[in-house]
Design a protein around this ligand. Structure first.
Ligand SMILES: *Cc1c(COP(=O)(O)O)cnc(C)c1O
Length: 369
């Protein structure tokens, strides 16, 4: 852990960044300046290449948190008479559904329990039964639980029916190997403050160019118009519509170069996987239980069950924070849980220190494990 940070964020983002990423923000840019615009286009190109070697894809950056990029996509790429099938097994799947409903887009739900893997056969049956579906959306790593959803299988099914596939890979892109081709994704959404390890301020959508070209005029919002944003970025050599998060983009460019130095996405996935396995092994040794079985876990974040009904999470949280570790509350509906993220500038030695702190804190609290 760097000495200059008050605590380590073991969260699903914003997460702990490197000092060099934070230092990259110590410079002002004009959004109209060619230096900045070429940085933007370089970032767009690098993101596209992280997702595909093919020229069939292009990347659009969008101001705001990750949800704004999801809303921009859902609101822009579905035609006025389109219908969206939403795969929902957690808070982020549910959020996609809420976005579509708020925008008065016709939806069909494929809902599963939060601790249940989405069943491709159920999705197949729904697509068969509802030929009016034009688009399918799902979350890759459901950050609610830490579950890794079967995106490649669902994507292949969506393509058998000739539909457009929108993947919210917010919490996994850059931290797990994937491609547009392997996921059969037409739109893949993520944001600056997740596994690329930048700071919050914008999201990005990697788009199938020929699909995106079909969408002018479909957007249900002006500022979240994905097509217009794309056109401006293409025509203006990296210009955004409206004020862009200039400092955040510069930090993000630094984060991308640090991803390369680390050895790319494969090396990062390895580090996150080591972090997560070490965390789970250590927590089980202490007597904690995970919400999900190992086969369903992503390397991104893990949900742990409260050890008893009387477990005082806020005391546990405060005591860990005093020892420089910030964890995350749970989000599942039917169980008392807390979450620990294993992404960001977090290394196996940090996990060992966290486990020692948890052992100390549970002893101090008299928690029976
Ligand atoms: C973080 C996250 C989002 C976006 O959340 P914001 O708070 O808007 O950044 C969306 N989907 C998933 C799966 C996420 O993990």
């Amino acid at each position: 852990m760097d000495d200059d940070i008050p605590y380590l964020l073991l969260t699903p983002g914003p997460l702990t960044t490197t000092r060099t990423v934070r230092e990259a923000m110590l410079r002002d840019y004009s959004t109209w300046d060619v230096d900045y615009n070429s940085l933007v286009n370089d970032v767009r190109g690098q993101l596209t290449r992280l997702a595909s070697a093919s020229d069939d894809f292009t990347t659009v950056l969008m101001q705001g948190s990750g949800t704004f990029a999801v809303e921009a996509t859902i609101g822009s790429v579905i035609p006025p008479d389109g219908c969206l099938l939403v795969v929902n097994n957690g808070a982020y799947g549910k959020r996609i559904l809420l976005i579509a409903q708020r925008l008065k887009i016709d939806t069909i739900e494929a809902t599963f329990a939060e601790t249940e893997l989405p069943d491709v056969e159920v999705i197949d049956t729904l697509l068969n039964k509802h030929p009016n579906v034009t688009h399918v959306a799902m979350v890759h790593c459901e950050t609610t639980t830490g579950m890794l959803n079967p995106a490649a299988e669902v994507g292949a099914c969506v393509k058998r029916y000739g539909k457009v596939f929108i993947l919210d890979a917010m919490s996994s892109f850059g931290g797990m190997e994937m491609s547009m081709e392997s996921m059969s994704a037409d739109y893949l959404i993520s944001s600056a403050n997740k596994c690329i390890q930048g700071v919050p301020g914008f999201g990005f959508v990697i788009c199938n160019r020929s699909e995106l070209e079909r969408t002018p005029g479909w957007a249900r919002s002006l500022s979240l118009d994905l097509y217009d944003q794309w056109q401006t970025m293409e025509a203006g050599g990296g210009k955004w519509r409206y004020t862009s998060p200039t400092h955040v983009v510069r930090a993000f460019a630094q984060a991308l170069s640090e991803l390369k130095v680390e050895g790319g996405v494969a090396a990062r996935e390895q580090r996150y996987t080591t972090n997560q396995r070490r965390l789970v092994a250590g927590m089980r040794e202490l007597g904690f239980q995970t919400l999900l079985p190992d086969a369903l876990h992503s390397p991104i974040i893990t949900s742990f069950l409260f050890p008893s009904d009387s477990f005082d999470f806020s005391q546990f949280y405060d005591k860990l924070k005093a020892r420089r570790f910030v964890i995350y509350p749970g989000k599942v509906t039917n169980a008392d849980t807390f979450r620990i993220g294993t992404i960001g500038n977090v290394h196996p030695a940090d996990i060992d220190q966290l486990l020692a702190a948890i052992a100390e804190v549970t002893r101090e609290m008299g928690v029976k494990l």
